[in-house]
Design a binder for this molecule. Structure first.
Ligand SMILES: *[C@@H]1O[C@H](CO)[C@@H](O)[C@H](O)[C@H]1NC(C)=O
Ligand SMILES: *[C@@H]1O[C@H](CO)[C@@H](O)[C@H](O)[C@H]1NC(C)=O
Ligand SMILES: *[C@@H]1O[C@H](CO)[C@@H](O)[C@H](O)[C@H]1NC(C)=O
Length: 707
């Protein structure tokens, strides 16, 4: 019957679901009337109305009009009001009539949200005027569930603590410190659970120190910053119901479960406090469970957090870990430095620096390095010398080496240090901390073999081996000449050996031989390569009558390595004086007295001749020979020889050295270059030599310019 809401029919036109909607949502109020009201109701009627309002409300019925044939006990016509088949009331009669039973103005309240009305009429109506029936209004009336008496089934009050009545319903809530159980009805002491993220805190069982309520399922989560670990410290008063077994307490009904990630959860119960409980974790979950029986006095704990610790690094051989702390915690850094002379090595590779951090998992992020001794590598080689190890090994730190030169052909520059130590910067350093190695300079004018009786006996002879190691045999375009070694890349000779008809010979035509006193043997050797020829720039001997500046230098391609058979001559200081009468030595493969070309290197000892005497000799030669041009004697020349003749340098000796020996150092120095003469060894004639001391700055400059 949908007469309650006539609009629903209208609604149905557009909303097809309306039928169900109307049925499922009873209205909050409505009107009910007898058939044909306000016309008299028909006879022989039995009609029933089932009224309802939404759940949670009571239905209140108020009659606005009731006019039903009165009879005793409403025997004939009646309107019966029922609730669940239980008759609440039966009505008939009229307002203020003595007969029948009229509801008056008092509304009728159903015990529930439903009410049934039944109108019954008999088939006769004895009275002349007909009765109109009834009209009533009904509405939903809110029930105050909270004030209802406790149900009789001993399940306790509706709300165990606080009840709030609401329209059509009610809500339970709990006093402070309690929380509503899932049944939404009963309260239990609050677990005080939740997430504990402070660095420290206190947790205890609900109601502690009172015994724990029954039926608890409390969860506590301690979750602090990663890199910290939680330590639980249970107080002594600890009591959780347990079943004693042979293997200790069994937490069968009550327990406190401690769950740590990656570990088996642990159930605690019994009467002994677990005391201090390190967890090694930054999160811990505690679940406290009690069932509906038994007694647990409860527990309490204080938790603290500590920074995660990393194991102290082990000590490093030949190195140091800094800083040195008794303990290392999360985010602490360590560095490793090696002692001086040691280097950081990791995984077989050298590293510049090392730093490692203690991570939140308690592990160092890098494993420790090692300190290996450094080495300076092979010491630099010393040309014409060597290096010997004094102490240490494998060129390691603090090894000491010593440089030496190949004596007696080379010597260290005076004052040079020879000891070098492998320093922490991996270089070999001397005691002045310089890494530059010394150099070996050639020893000049000191043959290993000497001509016995030199400077006492005047005379020429075959030169014993190695007595004149500066001697050079020149072969220029087939002609033979002499020269002298003055440096490891420099040969000095007479300019006239290299300049023919005012023209410099090709350097390829100049063959330089050193190292033997046997000309034939020498000639079979590979000549030394020539880089360049440097005749003195002022040498101009157009008509073979001007031997002024008869000097020249030859630069070799490869430096000579000096040894007993090849050694340089010393050069004199600039403008050095030549003592008249001092015996010098001239050597060469030139023409012998018998006018044959010498195969063996020969030498003659000849004194320096006074300039006047030499000039006189030249003048005399000029006077005697009108046809021949006699060259001019200049200050750049000097003479050597004996007045009686027979001893002289000669053709083929040209360019060779006339040497004098320093009385103090006993070294031979290049005093002259065999230049010219009028004949060879004639009486009253002398050999003329280029005065080397006049050319020192030119020699220096030429060498400098052609390095
Ligand atoms: C644990 O708590 C007790 C007090 O209950 C206290 O005496 C003890 O020092 C605490 N231990 C630690 C390591 O904090
Ligand atoms: C060498 O002599 C020349 C010429 O007489 C002169 O110019 C030069 O200064 C002298 N050198 C030395 C070092 O005495
Ligand atoms: C020539 O050079 C040497 C070293 O190279 C030097 O000792 C000497 O003084 C120089 N002589 C002249 C005259 O420049």
């Amino acid at each position: 019957m949908d007469w309650i809401h006539p609009f629903n029919w209208l609604l149905c036109v557009s909303v097809c679901e309306c039928w169900r909607l109307a049925r499922s949502l009873p209205a909050l109020h409505g009107v009910v009337q007898s058939p044909q009201f306000p016309q008299p109701y028909p006879a022989a009627l039995s009609q029933q109305w089932d009224l309802s309002v939404p759940e949670g409300y009571q239905l209140q019925l108020s009659f606005t009009h009731l006019d039903i044939e009165p009879s005793a006990d409403c025997y004939y016509d009646s309107l019966t009001v029922l609730y669940d088949k239980k008759v609440l009331a039966g009505f008939c009669g009229q307002e203020n009539s003595a007969d029948g039973h009229h509801p008056g103005n008092r509304p009728l309240l159903s015990p529930g949200n439903r009410l049934t009305l039944v109108l019954q009429t008999d088939d006769t109506n004895p009275e002349p005027h007909q009765h109109l029936g009834f009209s009533a209004h009904y509405q939903a009336k809110d029930i105050d569930e909270c004030s209802a008496p406790d149900p009789e089934d001993s399940s306790g009050p509706l709300c165990s603590q606080i009840c709030h009545n609401t329209l059509g319903s009610y809500m339970c809530s709990c006093r402070h410190g309690y929380e509503l159980r899932p049944d939404q009805r009963t309260c239990v002491l609050s677990c005080g659970g939740g997430i504990f993220d402070e660095p420290e805190g206190t947790l205890s069982s609900p109601g502690y120190p009172d015994p724990s309520p029954h039926g608890l399922a409390c969860q506590y989560v301690i979750s602090v910053e990663p890199g910290f670990i939680v330590t639980l410290n249970f107080t002594d008063s600890f009591h959780i119901e347990h079943i004693g077994t042979q293997n200790g307490p069994s937490c069968l009904y009550h327990w406190l479960q401690v769950s740590i990630p990656d570990k088996e959860p642990q159930k605690l119960c019994g009467v002994r406090s677990p005391g201090l409980m390190p967890t090694n974790s930054y999160t811990v979950q505690l679940n406290y469970h009690t069932d509906w029986a038994g007694l647990s006095q409860g527990w309490s704990l204080h938790y603290t957090t500590q920074r995660v610790q990393c194991a102290p690094p082990s000590s490093i051989t030949n190195g140091r870990v800094t800083p040195n702390f008794p303990q290392y915690y999360y985010r602490d850094y360590i560095q490793v430095r090696c002692d001086p002379g040691y280097k950081l090595m990791m995984d077989g590779r050298e590293i510049k620096s090392y730093a490692s951090m203690c991570q939140k998992n308690g592990q160092w992020h890098l494993s420790l390095p090692e300190c290996h001794i450094i080495d300076c590598g092979e010491p630099e080689k010393l040309l014409n010398g060597g290096v010997r190890f004094i102490s240490g090994s494998q060129n390691q730190h603090l090894s000491v080496i010593q440089y030496y030169c190949n004596e007696p052909f080379y010597s260290l520059l005076g004052g040079a240090t020879v000891s070098y130590t492998c320093a922490a910067d991996r270089t070999w350093r001397d005691n002045l901390d310089t890494p530059v190695i010394p150099s070996c300079i050639p020893v000049c004018g000191q043959p290993t073999m000497s001509i016995s009786g030199f400077q006492r006996v005047m005379g020429g002879d075959k030169a014993p081996d190695k007595t004149i190691p500066w001697q050079v045999m020149l072969s220029v375009d087939g002609g033979r000449g002499g020269a002298m070694v003055i440096g490891d890349r420099w040969i000095m000779t007479a300019a006239h050996n290299l300049v023919q008809q005012d023209k410099l010979v090709l350097k390829e035509k100049v063959r330089v031989f050193v190292g033997d006193n046997d000309a034939e043997k020498l000639a079979k050797l590979t000549p030394l390569g020539v880089t360049s020829l440097h005749p003195h720039p002022e040498y101009k001997n157009t008509d073979s009558a001007n031997y002024n500046h008869d000097s020249a230098l030859i630069k070799l391609q490869q430096p000579l390595t000096f040894q007993a058979a090849i050694m340089p001559l010393c050069l004199p200081p600039e403008n050095a004086t030549y003592n008249i009468g001092q015996i010098g030595m001239v050597s060469g493969f030139g023409i012998k007295e018998d006018d044959t070309i010498a195969n063996d290197l020969r030498y003659i000892l000849l004194p320096v001749v006074k300039e006047d005497e030499c000039q006189d000799s030249v003048n005399r030669a000029k006077a005697a020979t009108s046809t021949k041009k006699i060259p001019v004697l200049t200050v750049n020349m000097f003479c050597a020889g004996v007045p009686e003749g027979g001893k002289d340098s000669c053709m083929g000796d040209s360019g060779g050295a006339y040497v004098l020996r320093d009385s103090i150092t006993k070294r031979f120095w290049a005093a002259g270059i065999v230049s010219w003469g009028v004949g060879c060894g004639q009486t009253g004639r002398y050999g003329v030599y280029t005065r080397v001391a006049k050319y020192i700055s030119w020699i220096n400059k030429t060498m400098e310019d052609n390095k």
